[in-house]
Design a binder for this molecule. Structure first.
Ligand code: SAM
Length: 309
């Protein structure tokens, strides 16, 4: 370990200010291992020297590289699967049942990493929505590096193996050398844009927001602030999807957790506005998003229900 506590503190403060990611004591090894490749690429002998150069030179490009290197971009196709099944079997039929024609749906994959999440969403929508229903998917992340990768739509065999069903691979990807390329059609369905969750959300109202596996990196006030912002851009019938290990419970009492099939979605509470102080537990809204409405909508609207795979 070559990292001094001064270097660690400076990096932790920078990363917290720019992204809200918390690097508490014990994360020195993470900082060192993430920054060492950057230090080597810059021809520096170690992380301390690399950070000092950025720090003393007020190098904003270098600062950005440090922040991006400290993001964790772990993702996979149809991650956790149940949110995609819930979408297909319940949420989309419900949305289409309550909307005036022509139906246009808006989705936001916030903190989308290298694109597997929004492309999984696009594949699901293309599979289940009738052609009369149009949709747009906005996919955002703090990291320009992951967005560049997402836009190219090229994935290694190892990445493809992480959750992409073979029929969907055949339908939407072509092999280019050692990689798999997302089809131009699928790519055209997703707009990738930089966005920091600490900033004002993108304009408009979204019917479904995916905010998965990112709140875990933030402290409580940041989670509360972000959840309040999400509530402000969710359509009245909209749903927020969090990661399997994430919840609004104990964070912000302004949300109801609604069971939808094997998944849970979150909707602004009618009883308490978003931003209400957290309570230890929160009752789910029974009866919401039930299979009854979904089942009738499925047949009435010509949607193919069933598993994603
Ligand atoms: C673990 S990935 C989650 C990817 C995807 N949502 C999923 O569940 O598979 C977390 C992503 O959050 C992004 N991130 C971290 N802090 C952020 C912030 N303040 N604003 C926007 N994105 C952020 C990271 O760059 C990273 O790509």
């Amino acid at each position: 370990m070559t990292l001094t506590s001064d270097t660690f503190e400076w990096v932790a403060t920078l990363v917290r200010a720019r992204s809200a990611i918390q690097l508490g004591p014990g994360k020195e090894y993470l900082v060192e291992s993430r920054l060492l490749p950057l230090a080597r690429a810059a021809g520096m002998p170690g992380v301390d020297a690399y950070v000092s150069k950025i720090r003393n030179g007020r190098d904003t490009v270098g600062e950005r590289a440090v922040v991006e290197a400290l993001t964790t971009n772990e993702t996979s196709w149809f991650r956790d699967n149940s949110p995609f099944i819930a979408l297909r079997a319940h949420l989309l039929p419900e949305l289409m049942a309550v909307r005036n024609r022509p139906v246009h749906l808006k989705f936001w994959s916030a903190a989308c990493s290298t694109g597997q999440e929004p492309y999984s969403l696009a594949m699901t929508l293309l599979d289940v929505l009738p052609p009369t229903v149009t949709f747009e998917i906005l996919a955002t992340d703090l990291s320009e590096k992951v967005l560049d990768r997402a836009r190219t739509g090229k994935y290694s065999q190892l990445e493809i193996n992480r959750g992409l069903p073979a029929p969907l691979m055949v339908r939407h990807f072509t092999r280019v050398g050692a990689e798999w390329q997302v089809s131009a059609d699928l790519r055209s369905r997703v707009t990738f844009r930089p966005h920091n969750l600490l900033d004002t959300p993108p304009p408009g109202r979204f019917d479904v927001i995916f905010l998965r596996n990112v709140l875990i990196y933030f402290d409580l006030p940041t989670k509360q602030q972000i959840l309040r912002r999400m509530a402000s851009v969710l359509s009245p019938e909209g749903s927020l999807m969090l990661g399997a290990a994430e919840t609004t419970i104990g964070v912000d009492a302004g949300w109801d957790r609604v069971p939808v099939g094997a998944a849970s979605v979150y909707r602004p509470s009618r009883a308490a506005p978003a931003g209400s102080p957290a309570v230890p537990s929160q009752s789910a809204r029974p009866g919401a998003a039930t299979g009854a409405l979904a089942a009738s909508s499925v047949s009435a609207l010509g949607i193919r229900a069933g598993a994603v795979r």
